[in-house]
Design a protein around this ligand. Structure first.
Ligand SMILES: [Zn+2]
Length: 282
């Protein structure tokens, strides 16, 4: 599933292609993804110029010069592909559901095999109040995110910190992978109660979240470059993780005796896999 860094990398791939261009044509090959497309979707978009390609949490936001905003979620397995002007666009396959044709000839294709993706429309003036966006917490890579802000959002929560971090109302866009990775960096046990996070741990956690997301965006950026020279596909990258997906291994920063400790532990919290080092994370 794309997490914030993947969506941000897609945004950075789309921005130079879409910004300043008119959307000349929208092709929908079905009437819905996770939800039906809004009524008049094509009509409201066709002929409009894309001002900016922004992002909020895991939503891409295409701000149009008409005041409309396309709110676009990539779902679990959505992929975005850019075909430059003059490049042959292959015949659509079964899961190629949406196409944006742009002035000057580029085509953006959205492929979503599991159809957990979503496209909706909002108004720029009232975007914060849109049902999909209004309850989302602070954006982790903005200056609205700080230790006091995080601590306030965790206070009184009786759930484990790992689960709290995955709640978009606490912080935007931190999913399963980066919650495990950030807790590892901050040396905090994923099982610790969210309410027990004091100022010191909150500060460590804020630094860890920003650090882990920024590193992943940098990694995505380099992958993006490679991808664009080959087939233009955006969306998935193999990052190197410290604990995620590495049960039984020694974690990078500590002197775990794996034979004795069993190394990185894999537990299930709220139905999702968590990875952590019991020796380093308290
Ligand atoms: Zn360790």
């Amino acid at each position: 599933m794309p997490e914030l860094p993947e969506v941000e990398t897609v945004r950075r791939g789309l921005a130079p292609v879409m910004e300043g261009r008119k959307i000349t044509r929208v092709i929908l090959r079905r009437s819905d993804l996770r939800k039906p497309f809004p009524k008049g979707f094509q009509k409201r978009i066709e002929g409009a110029r894309v001002k900016t390609v922004a992002r909020r949490a895991k939503y891409l936001l295409l701000h149009l010069d008409t005041g409309d905003v396309v709110i676009w979620h990539l779902g679990m397995s959505g992929q975005v592909r850019i075909y430059a002007k003059g490049e042959a666009v292959p015949k659509p396959q079964k899961h190629d559901h949406v196409e944006f044709h742009l002035q000057h000839g580029a085509t953006i294709r959205f492929t979503d095999p599991r159809r957990f993706g979503l496209m909706d429309l909002g108004f720029e003036d009232t975007l914060d109040q849109h049902a999909l966006l209004k309850d989302i917490g602070p954006e982790p890579l903005s200056n609205h995110f700080s230790a006091p802000v995080l601590q306030a959002r965790l206070s009184g929560k009786r759930i484990a910190i790992k689960q709290a971090l995955m709640d978009a109302r606490v912080v935007a866009g931190v999913g399963n992978i980066y919650a495990s990775e950030a807790l590892y960096r901050a040396a905090i046990s994923p099982k610790r109660s969210a309410a027990s996070i004091g100022p010191k741990r909150a500060a460590a956690l804020v630094g860890a979240i920003v650090g882990v997301l920024s590193a992943a965006i940098r990694a995505g950026g380099s992958t993006l470059k490679d991808h664009r020279t080959t087939d233009g596909e955006l969306g998935y990258f193999q990052h190197s993780f410290a604990v995620y997906g590495r049960p039984g291994e020694a974690c990078p920063d500590c002197d775990c005796n794996v034979a004795k400790t069993g190394g990185i532990k894999n537990i299930v919290q709220g139905g999702r896999a968590t990875f952590y080092c019991p020796r380093r994370q308290r």
